[in-house]
Design a protein around this ligand. Structure first.
Ligand code: SF4
Length: 474
């Protein structure tokens, strides 16, 4: 029998009134904008979920001042590009995009084109110079409160174009700002901004500053609001999310409290640091039914010498102890990881240790990268003869991807035939299928109706591409 969940809804004063008939039914969410709107802003986001959440935060701040977010740069009064600085490739894409968007500035001389986020913070005024004034405004992650006012002043010719808003502010946590969540089926909620670690390859501490944990009361209010809007899945966000602490709250306590909020059916969190994975946290994951049995554990390298040079603050042995603990406390937990190959000085032997670690742990998923030097990070100051050639780096990456794909295929093939509950997220790119996600964060494509997006259903896994599944409604 089909366990599809269908909606029966009527619009009442802009809110969705539910006609509940069945335990599995969920609310469709609605988002209310303050309005009335005077100007249209087009916001384009690059990079991680933290950035997507920051765009929602900017939308909240801008809508309070009469800006309406639009889906197309055509006819917009303001264009903002929210950027990532984690890899050179991400910055190159943004440079290309700034060039493409110049046509809108030529069509509309009043238009304000701004760049926000990590790349804006990293490059500051250089971005304005290198685009020959093609950017009117550059704002870093702690300066979003000043955005609307600065845009208005530029549009009134009260200040010149080429403004830079770059102060990093340890007191700025946007506690009181209501994000506008109008995209996707999950509510991404930032619990922490910045990072206190100094991994030598990473630009984040330099563009986002030190770790700032938000107040637990505010986080719980945000989750309650999201639940009221009809979100049933929440993802807690932070650079080292499980290092969260505020007064006598730690991350385990926060996670448990979020998991118990009425209407929340799934809770995930990203990205944890392996050192802050504790027995207490894992017990919350085991005991709270709504916390998904899935953990991202970024290892970066399997070689202790490389981990030391990365300043990751653990060894391969202590990392593996965390893996064992997670599997012991939460049987069946799905694990994923991040790896950087060809870090400066990585020998063939050290790279081999990473292959060994992946073979040993057998991660369900892995994000694998070749080292990308970022100006301003400590790793760029290693002696030049320690930098690995592109050719060697690419070969290592290719081999590692091959190994991971083989492992992933074996894990996923063993799951075929099983029945999983999925949250339906979006239409597939082709063929009218929809894509859902399991508790273990695995994607299943199946024949479905896009009107069911946001609902849960059971699917039987009928096959795998290796990385994702095909399924059929049960
Ligand atoms: S823990 Fe390391 S890799 Fe992660 S954001 Fe902080 S500095 Fe970057």
């Amino acid at each position: 029998m089909q366990q599809r969940i269908l909606e029966g809804k009527t619009m009442v004063s802009g809110l969705v009134k539910l006609e509940m008939a069945g335990a599995d039914r969920v609310k469709k969410r609605t988002v209310q904008h303050p309005g009335p709107f005077k100007r249209r802003v087009y916001l384009e986001t690059y990079g991680c979920q933290m950035n997507i959440n920051d765009s929602e935060l900017m939308e909240g701040l801008l809508s309070e001042r009469g800006f309406l977010r639009v889906e197309n740069p055509d006819g917009a009064d303001v264009i903002l590009i929210n950027t990532c600085a984690i890899r050179e490739h991400a910055e190159q894409r943004v440079r290309g995009r700034i060039g493409e968007l110049q046509k809108y500035r030529h069509q509309n001389p009043d238009l304000v084109l701004g760049v926000t986020g990590c790349m804006a913070q990293r490059l500051g005024g250089r971005l304005i110079d290198e685009t020959s004034g093609g950017v009117d405004l550059v704002a870093g992650p702690d300066a979003y409160r000043s955005l609307s006012e600065t845009i208005e002043l530029i549009q009134k010719d009260a200040i010149e174009r080429g403004q830079t808003l770059l102060d990093l502010d340890m007191a700025e946590n946007y506690e009181d700002v209501t994000s506008v969540r109008s995209r996707g089926v999950s509510a991404w909620i930032t619990v922490q901004r910045g990072c206190d670690h100094r991994c030598t390859f990473c630009i984040v501490p330099y563009v986002r500053g030190g770790k700032k944990d938000r107040q637990p009361e505010q986080i719980l209010t945000d989750v309650q609001v999201a639940a009221t809007q009809g979100f049933t899945e929440v993802v807690l966000l932070g650079q080292t999310v499980n290092s969260y602490e505020s007064g006598d709250w730690n991350f385990a306590r926060l996670l448990r409290s979020v998991a118990r909020i009425e209407g929340i059916r799934r809770v995930r969190f990203t990205s944890p640091h392996p050192n802050d994975v504790t027995q207490e946290l894992l017990e919350v994951m085991r005991d709270e039914p709504s916390v998904c049995s899935q953990l991202h554990l970024p290892v970066q390298s399997g070689a202790d010498h490389v981990l030391k040079r990365m300043v990751r603050r653990y060894t391969s042995k202590t990392f593996l102890q965390k893996v064992d603990l997670a599997r012991e406390v939460v049987p069946g937990i799905a694990l994923s990881t991040d790896v950087i190959v060809a870090f400066p000085g990585e020998t063939d032997e050290e790279y081999g240790a990473t292959l060994d670690l992946l073979s040993h742990v057998r991660f369900d998923d892995a994000y694998l990268y070749k080292y990308s030097p970022r100006d301003g990070t400590p790793a760029t100051r290693f002696p030049s003869n320690q930098f690995i050639s592109d050719e060697v780096g690419s070969a290592r990456l290719e081999q590692l991807i091959g190994l991971h794909r083989k492992i992933q295929r074996e894990i996923n093939e063993a799951e075929v035939g099983g029945v999983r509950e999925v949250l339906i997220e979006r239409p597939a790119r082709s063929n009218g299928d929809v894509l859902g996600r399991t508790e273990h964060n695995k994607v299943v494509a199946f024949s479905g109706d896009s009107s069911d997006i946001g609902n849960y259903t059971k699917v039987k896994l009928t096959g795998t591409t290796g990385a994702t599944f095909r399924g059929a409604l049960c």
